[in-house]
Design a protein around this ligand. Structure first.
Ligand code: BES
Ligand code: ZN
Length: 466
């Protein structure tokens, strides 16, 4: 049983008092306790050998979103969850990738062809029509006269995609954008579904065209080849375990990682390591009594812009999102060469707003009680799947070793550079924290002598690098 706010935690007896940051950097947990009997139920069962084996399986091939490697990985993860007795789902979602294949763009007026820059993602096609100057193409200011015509648009004030949409909404068949400074034409982005060719001219070329239009109608041809979007499919793997009916608090805890890698990278640490801990915790917790629904989720297309986690978060109803009290994201938790000389191998919890929350409170305290033997510090960073959950108002944090290893996002992110000890420490901390929420007897905790105390833990302004 757990509530999202600190005061609620105090009321529930889950935290006795809230730790305040002391001026000095703690060298060791000032009030570290040995693991409680409850922690031991979880942490004694966590096997870094199991995690290592999972990483070996997953990193056998790259798992870039939308590739066969991703699906192989996702199906493997799903089968493991099923083996542990979870209700599982492979949640597919589409995403779009820019095609830019020797892209060419041109504007032809009166037999004279000008080479033009092709918008990133522009539709390929050729249109011939009159040109209409629509200024900045601001919402509500595009004239009806652009219907069936080519819109001439000045750069500035609103995003490219908005400009294109505003003229599409008025029936334009092509876009000629011109720059508002300098001598380059190298700008412009179109979204999937904006199916008209869109190209860019320099400021001087655009101004010349504006002047020409003042003298009378101008007919132009806009042509784009070798450009567009391709639709791909990525997957989230979702495993759920409902608590016992009589003990159900109605609350949900999420434990996540991303299973996709960068193209061509084996992604052993990024983020097969996180997935390995998600699976291991799912295995260990599957047989434990809980009063909280647990959801273990591995996200796809994180490397394409957190697409899987945004898809999952977006698929939750408001009522469902309200039930989620915590999200633990593990992304890059096994790198031998990360973390520098920082305590606990450099493990840190990053939150989006740089503030402590339920997740960091629980995990820093767990750090002091488990193998890491240190109250894990927190810092501020996005860059992973904790972002969408934070945006829903759910306490969320990213567990990672910082500073980064040199192999980040390279083909060298391989199994041989994984440190089992780092995996073990991170999984113990997250596992003990999750179980702290999920175990049925937590509300009685204040009466139990094994109640883990709060710890002081520091804000650490530690940039991960790269
Ligand atoms: N594992 C990284 C996140 C990360 C990298 C956190 C370095 C801290 C330090 C993640 O997979 C990633 O690469 N994220 C992208 C951003 C994302 C929105 C595409 C990144 O950081 O470039
Ligand atoms: Zn990652």
């Amino acid at each position: 049983m757990y509530k999202k706010t600190m005061s609620a935690m105090l009321a529930a007896g889950l935290i006795i008092s809230v730790g305040t940051a002391s001026a000095q950097q703690p060298q060791k947990a000032p009030n570290a306790q040995s693991a409680s009997a409850f922690d031991n139920k979880i942490i004694k069962k966590i096997s870094s050998d199991n995690m290592y084996n999972t990483i070996a399986k997953l990193s056998a091939q790259p798992r870039a979103a939308g590739t066969p490697g991703e699906l192989i990985g996702a199906k493997y993860i799903k089968s493991q969850f099923e083996q542990y007795g979870y209700e599982t789902e492979l949640q597919s979602f589409p995403f779009y990738e820019v095609i830019r294949n020797n892209a060419t763009g041109s504007v032809t007026i009166g037999g004279q062809q000008i080479n033009a820059y092709v918008f990133s993602g522009s539709y390929s096609g050729e249109v011939t029509a009159e040109v209409v100057d629509v200024g900045l193409a601001l919402a509500g200011q595009v004239p009806d006269s652009v219907k069936g015509k080519i819109a001439l648009i000045q750069r500035g004030d609103n995003p490219f995609v908005e400009k294109v949409q505003n003229v599409i909404d008025k029936g334009a068949v092509g876009v000629i954008l011109y720059n508002n400074s300098g001598t380059s034409n190298n700008v412009g982005v179109a979204d999937p579904g904006q199916n008209i060719p869109a190209v860019t001219l320099t400021r001087a070329q655009g101004q010349a065209l504006v002047e020409q239009l003042e003298g009378g109608p101008v007919q132009a041809t806009v042509k784009v080849t070798g450009s567009g979007y391709t639709e791909k499919t990525s997957y989230n793997v979702i495993a759920k375990m409902k608590p016992h009916k009589n003990k159900d608090t109605g609350q949900v805890v999420l434990v996540g990682a991303h299973h996709d890698s960068v193209p061509g990278g084996p992604g052993a640490n990024d983020d097969a390591s996180g997935v390995s801990a998600v699976l291991e915790l799912a295995r260990v917790i599957a047989k434990m009594p809980t009063d909280t629904e647990l959801r273990f989720v591995t996200f796809g297309a994180e490397e394409k812009g957190l697409l899987g986690s945004y898809h999952y978060a977006g698929s939750l109803s408001e009522a469902e999102a309200d039930r989620i009290v915590a999200h633990f994201q593990m992304d890059m938790i096994g790198a031998r060469d990360a973390g520098g000389d920082h305590p606990a191998g450099g493990l840190i919890m990053y939150t989006i707003d740089g503030k402590k929350n339920l997740v960091t409170d629980l995990a820093s305290a767990a750090g002091a009680r488990t193998a890491a033997d240190y109250p894990i510090p927190y810092g501020q960073l996005g860059r992973s799947d904790h972002q969408p959950f934070h945006e829903l108002g759910i306490p969320a944090a990213l567990f990672i070793h910082s500073p980064l290893e040199p192999w980040y996002h390279s083909p060298e992110d391989t199994l041989d550079k994984i440190d089992k000890n780092k995996l073990q420490e991170a999984a113990e901390i997250v596992g003990a924290s999750v179980y702290q929420i999920a175990r049925p007897d937590t509300p009685a905790l204040k009466h139990a002598r094994v109640a883990p105390g709060p710890v002081d833990y520091e804000f650490n302004d530690r940039p991960p690098g790269a």
